[in-house]
Design a protein around this ligand. Structure first.
Ligand code: SRM
Ligand code: SF4
Length: 560
């Protein structure tokens, strides 16, 4: 077989795309309601997915009707940082085109669903006007760069703003297709070379997180590449611990696919940031598997060639030398929900939103309330990797007014109980084409029933991190949670994963398979009872699982 034949289909589509153009322009011009098959792959590089509402609906005669094609759009918002004006634009677009809902994502971005093709262009233009875009938010390129949260406004954490921005800008693709197709720019060089991505881009998506060493609010080990900054005696960034090869996607019953925590490559001085980042991204470009998309992520290169080999390859490409003797500080995940005082004397409010869905619920006009507050008090916003929002720059004297406003709207920014603080669920049905089961829509009910178990056993002070997804792709990072609930089979069957810890330094593994939705709390009660009985004082569920062993849990739950 020739090498050309072995390449995956998407590789051919990228090569023939004329810089990610394909026939996207034709569909826009002719007023089509959807894109051709090949272009469905290319539009991802422009920050969108073609979807269908998967809820089956009947017409007045009781016959099933074909649900219309619609689009999901995702922003490129480095570090999840937005001004009040930028937030307002997303909010307005959601009202006008996105069914009245915004969705905060697990990579500090914003998505909108149920968009029609004809509305894509005005959306892209409105986002671009406030200096943001959707370019490369999806596709085989560097995606939204995540960044440690900074409700405190410290100068140490603020230094990460230009770092995340620099990395994001450096790895933006060079094709002018985006400007031409969506922004209507015509004086463009169509033949522009892309020194990093070439004509075939990366073999697969690539995710990057930046933080301060010790602060794991970004779940750094789940990223393809991570930089954890260290500080000199004056609090200035002097270098980075560098991580590579994390990733979560897997497929049930295919053990050759698996979630993986990133390897620590070592420490580098500050000046080597971009050359090392390029060394890692181009290693993925050159060694990632372009014949099998299920095996194309950087994590498989690390797993198969080894961290030692990878370190030397990156050193060769970048000219930098990793210091492998430096000791990494202990990781923590700082609490950000509630009120915090900022270094500039203003306040921040960590605002809990379950699963990041911002809309006007029947008894709770969350979208309207957030918009009013952000506008009225002119607040900057940071979307968190846990699908929450941090509102920043609130003057101390405005706090009572802001609280009164929230009360007026019947909105409580606090999470109901510790279990809900860091709980995540992916969108799944009805928009996600890959969902096997429900996730976001049934998550509140599931959390309430797990909370009942926690209450019964008196474990509120150690409530574990629970995350749920509608398939094994891992979008709500279930494998780095203490409890991962992962859609396995249509009809509502889930696999349970234990083994992650609160600091987010490990990934877990199966402890039960094909558990019916209603049985999840029953299975968890068995596990929590052993933890309560045999766990040490204050031992987290994650630590206990490590000591007790996954095999013993598999035996206890009896559904493997
Ligand atoms: Fe994801 C595909 C939603 C974070 C791993 N992800 C999808 C798609 C686009 C489905 C599709 O391909 O048709 C989902 C759209 C659903 C919808 O209707 O909105 C989707 N992923 C999401 C979001 C919105 C989940 C959320 O609850 O917030 C997150 C958007 C992040 C962003 O702003 O960029 C999201 N996805 C993640 C993460 C977590 C992370 O990056 O921190 C992961 C695991 C980490 C990783 O990449 O390994 C993740 N998504 C996947 C995968 C599996 C990739 C793999 O290596 O196998 C897919 C499927 C694929 O790419 O083929 C996927
Ligand atoms: Fe869809 Fe699966 Fe991602 Fe959930 S985890 S959004 S079901 S791809």
């Amino acid at each position: 077989m020739s090498e050309q034949k072995e390449l995956s289909e998407v590789e051919h589509i990228k090569t023939a795309s004329q810089g990610l153009r394909g026939k996207i322009g034709v569909a826009i011009e002719t007023g089509a309601d959807g894109f051709e098959e090949d272009d469905k792959q290319l539009i991802k590089f422009h920050g969108m997915y073609q979807q269908k509402d998967r809820d089956r609906r009947k017409d007045e005669n009781g016959d099933f009707i074909e649900n219309p094609t619609s689009f999901m759009i995702r922003g490129r918002i480095p570090g999840g940082r937005l001004t009040a004006e930028q937030y307002a634009v997303w909010d307005d677009l959601a009202t006008q085109f996105g069914g009245g809902a915004l969705r905060l994502t697990t990579r500090q971005s914003i998505q909108m669903h149920t968009i029609l093709l004809k509305d894509l262009k005005p959306i892209m233009q409105a986002v671009y006007k406030v200096n943001l875009s959707t370019m490369g938010a999806c596709g085989d390129v560097v995606r939204n760069v995540t960044q440690a949260l900074n409700p405190w406004g410290t100068k140490e954490l603020t230094q990460l703003d230009p770092v995340a921005q620099l990395i994001s800008d450096h790895f933006k693709y060079k094709s002018t297709a985006y400007a031409e197709l969506w922004l209507g720019e015509t004086q463009l060089n169509k033949e522009v070379e892309d020194p990093i991505y070439g004509k075939t881009y990366l073999p697969r998506k690539f995710k990057i997180a930046v933080t301060l060493a010790g602060d794991n609010s970004v779940d750094i080990y789940t990223n393809d590449m991570g930089f954890a900054a260290t500080l000199d005696a004056n609090g200035k960034i002097d270098g980075y611990f560098v991580f590579a090869g994390g990733g979560l996607g897997m497929t049930h019953n295919k053990p050759e696919t698996y979630p993986r925590a990133a390897d620590l490559l070592g420490w580098i001085p500050e000046k080597d940031l971009i050359s090392v980042a390029e060394g890692i991204v181009t290693s993925h470009r050159d060694f990632g598997d372009r014949t099998n998309r299920k095996h194309a992520r950087l994590k498989y290169v690390l797993a198969e060639k080894g961290a030692e080999w990878f370190r030397s390859e990156v050193e060769r490409r970048s000219g930098a030398k990793f210091d492998t003797d430096r000791k990494l500080p202990k990781w923590e995940t700082p609490k950000y929900l509630g009120w915090t005082e900022r270094a500039d004397g203003t306040l921040a409010l960590g605002f809990h939103t379950l699963s990041g869905r911002i809309k006007d619920f029947a008894d709770k006009p969350l979208k309207t309330a957030l918009r009013k507050i952000i506008d009225e008090f002119n607040l900057n916003v940071q979307v968190t990797a846990d699908q929450d929002l941090v509102l920043m720059g609130i003057r101390k004297e405005d706090r009572p007014k802001l609280e009164a406003k929230l009360k007026e709207f019947n909105i409580d920014p606090a999470s109901p109980k510790p279990l809900y603080d860091r709980a995540l669920a992916c969108p799944a049905l009805p928009t996600c084409g890959l969902a096997l089961t429900e996730s976001e829509r049934t998550f509140p009910q599931l959390l309430d029933s797990i909370q009942a178990v926690i209450d019964k056993l008196g474990l509120n002070d150690r409530a574990p991190i629970v995350r749920m997804t509608g398939c094994p792709n891992g979008c709500a990072r279930p494998y780095s949670a203490e409890i991962g609930i992962v859609g396995q089979q249509a009809g509502g069957k889930y696999a349970l994963f234990f083994g992650g810890n609160p600091e987010g330094t490990k990934v877990g593994d199966y402890v039960a398979k094909k558990v019916a939705f209603a049985d999840i709390p029953v299975q968890l009660e068995k596990a929590f009872s052993v933890w309560k009985q045999d766990g040490k004082a204050n031992e987290s569920f994650g630590e206990f699982v490590e000591r007790y062993s996954l095999d013993k849990f598999r035996e206890l739950l009896g559904s493997m």
